[in-house]
Design a protein around this ligand. Structure first.
Ligand SMILES: CC(C)(COP(=O)(O)OP(=O)(O)OC[C@H]1O[C@@H](n2cnc3c(N)ncnc32)[C@H](O)[C@@H]1OP(=O)(O)O)[C@@H](O)C(=O)NCCC(=O)NCCS
Length: 335
C-alpha cells in the first residue's frame, strides 16, 4: 500500500484481467429449458453462448481471479493496492461488501474497499472513481472490478430475460503515471430513477410499479425487464454519451482508437454506431461469446483487446455503458 502523495502527472490503466466460469451454455441448451431457439436469440441479440457459474462459485471468486490476473499484468502485488472497487448487482451478501471479501481473498488487507451497485454502468463509474482518487493524489493504485452472476437473479422460466445474460468478472488496475499525457480526459455519469421500472429486481409486491403488474414474470428477487423500453433508451444513451465525450474533448472519430461499449444487444449497438457514424472496426463486440455480463462486460472487452496487443501509449479509448437505475455514462481515456 502506498502513502498519500502529491498529485501525479497522469493516470493510466496498468493491467487488465478477466474470469468466466467454465460452463458454456448455448442457445440450443436454453431451448431445452424454455420455449426459445437459436433462430430467435441469435439474430435479435447477437448472443450465441454465455458462461454460467455453478452454485458454489461466488461473485467474489470470479472477481478475485480477474483482479489477481490484472495485478500480475500490471506487475503489482496485492499489497500495492490502495483501494478496490467492485461494481456488482449480485453481491455475495448484502454485508459485508463483496469488495471486502475480494480484498481478503487476494491478500490485500487492509486495502480500502467499496461496492458500487449501478448495474451495467458500474465499471464506467468505478473507472471514474479510480481516476479521481488518483488525480487528487490520495491513492496510487486502484483496482476496479466489474463482477456479476446474473444467472442467480434471472427467472429461468422467463424466456424474455434468461437468454440474455452470462456470468463473468473483468478487472482493471488504474495507477498514477509520470506521463502527463496519460489521462482520463472526460467522464460523465447519469441516472434517472423515474425510469427504474424498465429494469428492476422487486423483493415484494410493493416494489412492483403500477404499470409493471402485467409484465411481472411472477417471481420476486428476479430481473423484470421491459425490453423495448430499455432498447430505445440504450440506443439514445450510447449515442449521446459518445457524442458528448467527443464534443467536450474536441476529439473526432479519427482520433479514437476504439469504443468499448457495454454489450447488451448487437442490433442496438449497430443502430447506435450507425447514428454516430463510427466505422465498424472501431467498436469492440464480444456479446456473441459472453452475452450480457452486466458490470463485467467492459472489463472483459478491455482485457481481450489488451491481450490482442491492440493498444499503444497515446491511444484514445471511450468506455460507454447503460443499465439498471436507469443509469448511463462514459469515460474517455488517453492510454
Ligand atoms: C430482449 C429483446 C431482444 C426482445 O426483443 P423484442 O423484439 O423487443 O421482443 P419482445 O419482448 O417484444 O417479444 C416479441 C415476441 O418474442 C417473444 N420472445 C421473447 N423472448 C423470446 C425468446 N427468448 N425466445 C422466443 N421468443 C421470445 C415474446 O414472447 C413475444 O412474443 P408474442 O409477440 O407472441 O408475445 C430486446 O427488447 C432487447 O434486447 N432489449 C434490450 C434489453 C437490454 O439491453 N437489457 C439489458 C440492459 S443493460
Amino acid at each position: 500500500m502506498s502513502s498519500p502523495s502529491a498529485r501525479p502527472a497522469g493516470v493510466r490503466i496498468t493491467g487488465t484481467g478477466m474470469a468466466v466460469p467454465p460452463r458454456i451454455v448455448s442457445n440450443d441448451d436454453l431451448a431445452k429449458i424454455v420455449d426459445t431457439s437459436d433462430e430467435w436469440i441469435r439474430p435479435r441479440t447477437g448472443i450465441v453462448t454465455r458462461h454460467i457459474s455453478d452454485e458454489s462459485t461466488r461473485t467474489s471468486d470470479l472477481a478475485a481471479e480477474a483482479v489477481r490476473q490484472a495485478l500480475g499484468n500490471a506487475g503489482l502485488n496485492p499489497t500495492d493496492l490502495d483501494l478496490l472497487v467492485c461494481a456488482t448487482m449480485t453481491p455475495d451478501m448484502i454485508c459485508p461488501a463483496t469488495a471486502c471479501r475480494i480484498v481478503d481473498k487476494i491478500g490485500a488487507v487492509p486495502c480500502g474497499a467499496m461496492d458500487l451497485n449501478l448495474a451495467c454502468t458500474g465499471m464506467v463509474a468505478g473507472l471514474t472513481i479510480a481516476a479521481n482518487f488518483i488525480n487528487g493524489g490520495a491513492f496510487k493504485n486502484v483496482a476496479v472490478i466489474g463482477a456479476d452472476r446474473l444467472s442467480t437473479i434471472v427467472n429461468w422460466e422467463d424466456r424474455k430475460t434468461c437468454v440474455l445474460f452470462g456470468d463473468a468478472a473483468g478487472a482493471m488496475i488504474v495507477s498514477a503515471s509520470d506521463n502527463p499525457n496519460q489521462q482520463c480526459l472526460f467522464q460523465k455519469l447519469n441516472s434517472d430513477g423515474g425510469m427504474g421500472e424498465a429494469l428492476y429486481v422487486p423483493r415484494c409486491e410493493d416494489d412492483i410499479p403500477e404499470g409493471g403488474k402485467e409484465t411481472f414474470n411472477g417471481k420476486f428477487d428476479t430481473l423484470q425487464m421491459n425490453g423495448r423500453e430499455v432498447y430505445k433508451f440504450a440506443v439514445n444513451a450510447l449515442k449521446e454519451c459518445v457524442s458528448e465525450a467527443l464534443e467536450q474533448t474536441g476529439l473526432t472519430h479519427e482520433d479514437i482508437k476504439m469504443v468499448i461499449p457495454h454489450q447488451s444487444n448487437i442490433r442496438m449497438l449497430q443502430t447506435a454506431w450507425k447514428k454516430l457514424g463510427f466505422p465498424d472496426d472501431k467498436i469492440y463486440i464480444n456479446i456473441d461469446r459472453f452475452g450480457n455480463t452486466s458490470a463485467a462486460t467492459i472489463g472483459l472487452c478491455m482485457h481481450e483487446l489488451t491481450e490482442q496487443g491492440r493498444f499503444e501509449v497515446g491511444d484514445h479509448v471511450i468506455f460507454v455503458a447503460q443499465g439498471g437505475g436507469l443509469t448511463w455514462g462514459a469515460s474517455l481515456w488517453r492510454l
